[in-house]
Design a binder for this molecule. Sequence first.
Ligand SMILES: *Cc1c(COP(=O)(O)O)cnc(C)c1O
Length: 395
Amino acid sequence: MRKQTKAVRTQTKKTHYREHSTPLFLTSSFSFESAEQGKALFEETEQGNLYSRFSNPTVQEFIDKVCILEDCEDGVATATGMAAVFASMAALLKSGDHILACRALFGSAHQIITQILSKWNITYTYLDATATAAEWEAAVQPNTRMIYLETPSNPGLDLVDLEMIGKICKQHNLIFNVDNCFASPALQNPVAYGADLVLHSATKFMDGQGRVLGGIVVGKKEYIKELRFFCRQTGPSMSPFNAWVLSKSLETLELRMEKHCSNALKLATALDNHPDVKQVKYPFLESHPQHALAKKQMRGGGAIVTIELDGGFERVSGFMKALEIATLSSNLGDTRTIVTNPYTTTHAKLKEEEKLALGITEGLIRISVGLEHVDDLIEDFTNAVEVSVKSDILE
Ligand SMILES: *Cc1c(COP(=O)(O)O)cnc(C)c1O
């Protein structure tokens, strides 16, 4: 069977009720048939569920599906994407270690690396997404233990060459850890390029409908074993309810991503041709500076498009006011189109020079393209671009 079929058909073993859809094991603990069984389960001479902080069948079903989709051996599910990011670092790094990362990171990942890990004497070096292999090589120190990156990046949509980083990690014996949230496993599988760990904010495309929070790390057994110990003791466990929602959502992931990609490409193309839009960025537009790399490592361009408008915050405000369909929110990866101004919201806390280094200008708009009819989206965005130019001129 192909992995899409396996992922759709993987399900918790049928109970005596013969349910077709997957059951939800919303239980904090599991009972023992006897004192002997309790003893055996805790001694781990018998394998089984004890307590949902450690394991739960519904959560395991979600993990199994993601392992299939990402071609990984094992995984750990967490309450949020950030718990996955933190666990993937805290479980595997120790005081004195050094982490190399691409500078274009999700805001809270940046805070973990610069403000939290630094408390335990774990140091870091940032590189640009477009850094060459020689620049990455030169940044490796004797105590470097991990390379961490996101591709495509949020919100700059810069790509990092996974094959290049995979080779460097192999050569220097570093843990290669990738946040694959923006692409989702439907569009990109970092393990194919040597990633040891792949993590996701399941809150985004895996749920895809803006309902639940969740996170997951999948990868090599030896690393996941340490992550499982870390999560079992520190408790960032995924709720079985959220796992049930997410597991069902994975059955439509590929279908949703296909539509997200085709809507995003059409909207990006329409806005690229519009004279009142300063710049459009989308990995599968030929004008993207890393278009060839996008085509190599991604099966689709994803759902995120960025546009840049002239006229500062006033123009952004006028543009957002004029949108009739798209929602103003800081989330992404929903069936419903969302627009965000990273400069004033998600990335507001960065210093001016950090923003500019990441291409986050005042007029940048991040669009998470949803599953509405694409012609309605093109009309909504084109109208808002034009209305906001006019109000700009009047003032
Ligand atoms: C949202 C997001 C996260 C954090 O996930 P939460 O589920 O909100 O904790 C991490 N990385 C990326 C790329 C994200 O978009």
